[in-house]
Design a protein around this ligand. Structure first.
Ligand code: AP5
Length: 223
């Protein structure tokens, strides 16, 4: 039986999905597909999709399903043949249905939906202190500071704050999460795919927990 890992990483904004994803990519050598990063790249390149997505992102709303689903399906088609780690997709029941259909059509199945949880208070504190470089390396001014202020340890590029990390936009993003993405907790639980992780623990503790869970899932796939 195949031991490929087809994974979804989801949870509130700022729960630590991107932070964990960068560690898991190295552990499991998985193609990483992050909707937020892709949309920001489109925005920076001034593509039609980027222009359409910009106002939704700046307002803390979801970009319409028809734009995001097409973008992700093309990416999975190109990179995801031996498994994938999806970060930030699906984010609505419509997106989850579209992904499920596509995976089934290709004769594959999801391995797990990894939920990284954190309260609204924790998330607000984390997002307002987040800094990142244009290569996507993420820091926190208090919890995970770079060695030199505002300079990336890994690539030397300047660290900046994201446009949508202003407190009022974060509050809107949280509202959007609770209204449109949180229903996916029950959705994946009913399908036996949900795995929960306490995102308020240290980065290393969360990582150890996810890695151990995935190692077990992989072993079960082999049996
Ligand atoms: P996206 O880029 O996906 O943002 P998000 O889901 O809101 O998540 P974040 O990237 O803000 O947080 P994260 O959980 O990755 O946290 P991080 O690891 O950085 O989406 C942006 C926008 O794009 C959306 O609002 C929407 O408009 C659009 N979009 C994206 N996908 C879409 C879709 N599928 N459909 C429609 N629209 C879509 O960590 C946060 C901070 O905390 C960092 O500073 C980090 O250093 C720190 N930290 C992390 N873990 C810990 C820890 N354990 N302890 C202490 N500090 C920690």
């Amino acid at each position: 039986m195949s031991t490929e890992l087809n994974l979804i990483l989801f949870g509130p904004p700022g729960a630590g999905k991107g932070t964990q994803a960068s560690r898991l990519r190295e552990d499991f050598d998985l193609p990483y597909i992050a909707t937020g990063d892709m949309l920001r790249e489109h925005r920076e390149n001034g593509s039609e999709l980027g222009k359409e997505a910009e106002s939704y992102m700046n307002d803390g709303d979801l970009v319409p399903d028809e734009l995001v689903i097409k973008m992700i399906m093309e990416e999975i088609e190109g990179k995801g043949d031996d498994g994938f780690l999806l970060d930030g997709f699906p984010r609505s029941v419509g997106q989850a249905d579209a992904l499920g259909e596509e995976i089934e059509r290709r004769g594959r199945r999801l391995t797990a939906a990894l939920l990284v949880e954190a309260s609204d208070e924790v998330v607000l504190q984390r997002i307002t202190g987040r800094r990142q470089c244009s290569n996507g390396h993420v820091y926190h001014v208090e919890f995970d500071p770079p060695k030199h202020e505002d300079v990336c340890d890994q690539c030397g590029k300047p660290l900046t704050q994201r446009d949508d990390d202003k407190p009022e936009t974060v509050e809107k993003r949280l509202k959007t999460y609770h209204g449109q993405t949180e229903p996916l907790v029950d959705y994946y639980d009913e399908r036996g795919l949900l795995r929960r992780f306490d995102g308020t623990r240290s980065q290393t503790e969360v990582h150890d927990h996810i890695r151990a869970t995935l190692a077990t899932l992989r072993l079960e796939e082999r049996l």
